[in-house]
Write a protein that binds this ligand. Structure first.
Ligand code: AMP
Length: 117
């Protein structure tokens, strides 16, 4: 069964090292290992939902909680008024880890005209 754990479940369970910036009963937050911005955090539910589209209506409170945590951690990370949340859904959108996560990107200059970069 251990082999079936996702990368992020292994981190949550302490099988892999990571600096945990926040943890509660529903989710945890780590620094992205390959940051795309000075602040690049991942908000990850403990429940290993593979993709956003795999969430069910029963997960709606969890999804709301992830958003709230993302905003709170962005504030605590000093992102001020300008930060971006990204969810890659599916390999075609760049998803590489199939355990739902929100990217929190901040403390950088955004191209206001583009959502893609
Ligand atoms: P995505 O491409 O949306 O699935 O995002 C997966 C993210 O996980 C990427 O930005 C990776 O850099 C990040 N990542 C992969 N392995 C680790 C790890 N061990 N610790 C922290 N972040 C990781």
């Amino acid at each position: 069964m251990a082999d079936e754990k996702t990368l992020f479940s292994r981190i949550a369970d302490g099988d892999l090292p990571a600096e945990i910036l926040h943890r509660d009963e529903h989710c945890f937050v780590i620094k992205d290992i390959s940051p795309q911005a000075p602040t690049h955090l991942l908000v990850i539910p403990i429940k290993p939902i593979p993709r956003l589209v795999d969430a069910t209506l029963a997960d709606r409170a969890l999804l709301g909680h992830l958003l709230w945590v993302a905003g709170d951690i962005a504030k605590r990370a000093g992102c001020g008024e300008a930060f971006r949340l990204v969810i890659n859904n599916g390999a075609g959108a760049g998803q590489t880890v199939f355990h739902l996560h929100l990217h929190v990107l901040g403390n950088t200059q955004f191209n206001e005209a583009s959502l893609l970069g």
